[in-house]
Design a protein around this ligand. Structure first.
Ligand code: SAM
Length: 171
């Protein structure tokens, strides 16, 4: 299962997918995803389901426990606020199989102290003015640890930690 408008759907290896579920709270984003899926060669023949739902509270009710091999989120935790992000991570941890993985690609606070201070000083304003609600200085590793139900297997940092990718499993 993936949340999003589908910007990176062309990167998926269709032959590796038995099905694909796309989820976002915004119907507009999902309409974009729908248009994109229709034109993508790599997803021809893959059963795709598109669902409008709130990932901070609807996932377990909607899908049940341990229903996906892999759950992917890119750049959504930053718009949910810390508590929303934790709720979303908890929901993801429940719908992924015990043998599965939660894959995250997120905005995050930089390891570079000057950049981190700049992010802290500007994050709230940037989120309100043109940033579409994205608070880009989240400490995503700390949010994952606070859930108590996900463990980080692998973390990769990009651009001095402005972006991070996580491979997580249920703990
Ligand atoms: C910055 S965009 C990222 C879009 C996409 N994931 C990508 O990587 O291109 C954040 C997305 O999170 C979605 N979103 C925000 N809160 C959500 C929620 N509670 N449940 C599901 N999606 C949510 C927004 O509608 C938006 O599409």
């Amino acid at each position: 299962m993936i949340f999003f408008s589908g910007l990176n759907l062309d990167k998926y290896e269709g032959s590796q997918l038995s099905s694909l579920t796309l989820l976002d709270i915004s119907e507009g984003m999902l309409n974009e995803a729908k248009r994109r899926v229709a034109g993508l060669e790599n997803l021809q023949g893959v059963p795709v389901t598109i669902i409008t739902a709130d990932a901070t509270k609807d996932l377990v009710d909607r899908f049940g426990n341990q229903s996906f091999d892999t759950v992917v989120d890119s750049f959504s935790l930053c718009v949910m606020g810390s508590e929303g992000a934790i709720q979303c991570l908890e929901q993801m941890s429940q719908i992924v199989k015990s043998t599965g993985q939660v894959l995250l690609l997120e905005n995050s606070r930089s390891d570079n102290s000057l950049l981190g201070i700049y992010q802290d000083a500007t994050a709230e304003t940037a989120a309100m003015v043109g940033g579409k609600g994205c608070v880009y200085n989240q400490n995503v590793g700390a949010l994952i640890r606070r859930t108590g139900c996900l463990a980080v297997q692998e973390e990769r940092s990009y651009a001095a930690g402005l972006f991070r990718a996580y491979v997580c499993v249920r703990s």
